[in-house]
Design a protein around this ligand. Structure first.
Ligand code: AMP
Length: 174
């Protein structure tokens, strides 16, 4: 099993959700037991010795990998969600999209000063979503140890944006 096998398992869907976007579909990867195991164990191995307290997963594909990684790391899982989904008091962060803005939320009491956090999503593009998650986490006083992504679209500059907050790890680069 190699990184090439993981890359080959990710389906490219042209023009989804709109013309010009090359959508990286991870459903074809995670339905294969050996690929799923390899993705999770390869990422977990990089953070096993880092004393992570919480994986923060970004809705929704960050939940697929994030909870499994939290299990492998023996730590807790905290969801960052789209507006109006979390039931208790939240903190919110807006971020810019190509056209307009979007918002993500996290429970106010989810993290505390000194907590060591790994932020997880399926894919890093411009980094806007993960940077918004980082701003939420920073409000709580928790420490971001790293960001982990299965896929990185390297030309979009997300890594440069996120490195202001913490180090960035990705498995497969396009
Ligand atoms: P960004 O905030 O630009 O880094 O975008 C990252 C978020 O958008 C992640 O939650 C991804 O799941 C999703 N995303 C952006 N571009 C793509 C793409 N080409 N294929 C699949 N998902 C994408």
């Amino acid at each position: 099993m190699s990184l090439q096998d993981i890359q080959n398992s990710i389906r490219n869907v042209p023009d989804f959700p709109k013309p010009g976007i090359q959508f990286k579909d991870i459903t074809t990867a995670v339905k294969q037991p050996k690929i799923l195991k390899e993705i999770l164990e390869t990422i977990a191995a990089q953070f096993k010795s880092q004393k992570i307290d919480y994986v923060v997963g970004i809705e929704s594909r960050g939940f697929i990998f994030g909870t499994a990684l939290a299990y492998l790391l023996g730590c807790g899982f905290v969801p960052v969600r789209k507006p109006g989904k979390l039931p208790a008091d939240v903190i919110s962060q807006e971020y810019a999209l190509e056209y307009g803005t979007d918002k993500i939320e996290m429970h106010k009491d989810a993290l505390h000063t000194g907590d060591r956090v790994l932020v997880v999503d399926d894919l890093l593009a411009t980094g806007g979503t993960a940077a918004a998650a980082a701003k939420l986490i920073n409000q709580t006083g928790a420490e971001i140890i790293a960001f982990a992504f299965v896929i990185e679209l390297a030309d979009l500059g997300g890594r440069q944006l996120l490195e202001d907050y913490a180090k960035v790890c990705s498995l497969v680069k396009y």
